[in-house]
Ligand binder design. Structure first.
Ligand SMILES: [Zn+2]
Length: 238
């Protein structure tokens, strides 16, 4: 039986936590149990990190780690998704039949609010993960890890994982509406100033499937050296 779930509103970097726990020897899936296809079995996993777990939280008996992220990158990501692939995946729980900017704000506030359940329940900002916090999480899970191992891993793992959204939209570009007012309230409760998003800038070394290397914060769409369209992988960071 799953001991814990990491949940959030989608585009909240849950993949990062699944990798993090797994690297610590606490096998944590990423949408492997609470998957696109419904609930799947996997006896090897101790936890699952998935925004899709939200509708099942009321019956979930393990620990709920509610991961929140600053609204601007999340909403920017959701707007990108809405324009490119649609937001149908949320529509069973959120009314997304409206302009994409409003739908994105609704998803952030409503989904996060619905994630606020569980016993025990912990909420934290992904941007402010500390070794002490992870240390406490491991204890609660019942798989204690040393502070040193955790510190080492935090320094080694780049946080920028959900990078397909390359631009963070400015706060002013979101239409003034009830959804925006709700978003302000919830963000403040989560200790964010929704109007300002400051990224910790990092340089990454990217390797393209063509073999070429590119160093920058984000990778270009295609390889600038050979124009190949393949994919990028992070191989190092500074
Ligand atoms: Zn190339």
């Amino acid at each position: 039986m799953l001991k814990f779930v990491v949940v959030g509103c989608g585009h909240s970097a849950t993949r990062y936590m699944s990798r993090f726990f797994t690297q610590l020897g606490i096998p944590c899936g990423h949408e492997d149990i609470f998957s696109r296809a419904g609930i799947l079995e996997n006896e090897k996993l101790v936890g699952d990190a998935s925004w899709r777990a939200m509708p099942y939280l009321d019956k979930f008996e393990g620990i709920v780690f509610h991961q929140v992220r600053h609204p601007l990158p999340v909403i920017s990501s959701l707007i990108w998704l809405g324009k490119n692939r649609g937001l149908d995946e949320w529509k069973a729980h959120v009314d997304v039949d409206c302009p994409v900017e409003i739908a994105a704000m609704r998803i952030y506030t409503r989904w996060n609010r619905m994630c606020e359940q569980g016993n025990p329940y912990f909420r934290y900002q992904i941007e402010n993960i500390t070794p002490e916090l992870i240390f406490a999480f491991c204890l609660v899970i019942g798989m204690p890890r040393s502070l040193e191992d955790i510190k080492f891993l935090i320094e080694k793992m780049p946080q920028k994982i959900n990078y397909h959204n390359k631009k963070i939209i400015p706060w002013e570009s979101l239409p003034e509406c009830d959804e925006k007012a709700e978003l302000v309230k919830l963000s403040r409760r989560y200790k964010y100033n929704p109007e300002i998003f400051e990224e910790k800038k990092r340089k990454y070394q990217w390797r393209h499937t063509c073999g070429h290397i590119h160093v920058d914060e984000y990778p270009p769409d295609s390889c600038p050296k050979c124009n190949n369209q393949g994919k990028w992988m992070i191989i190092n960071w500074y």
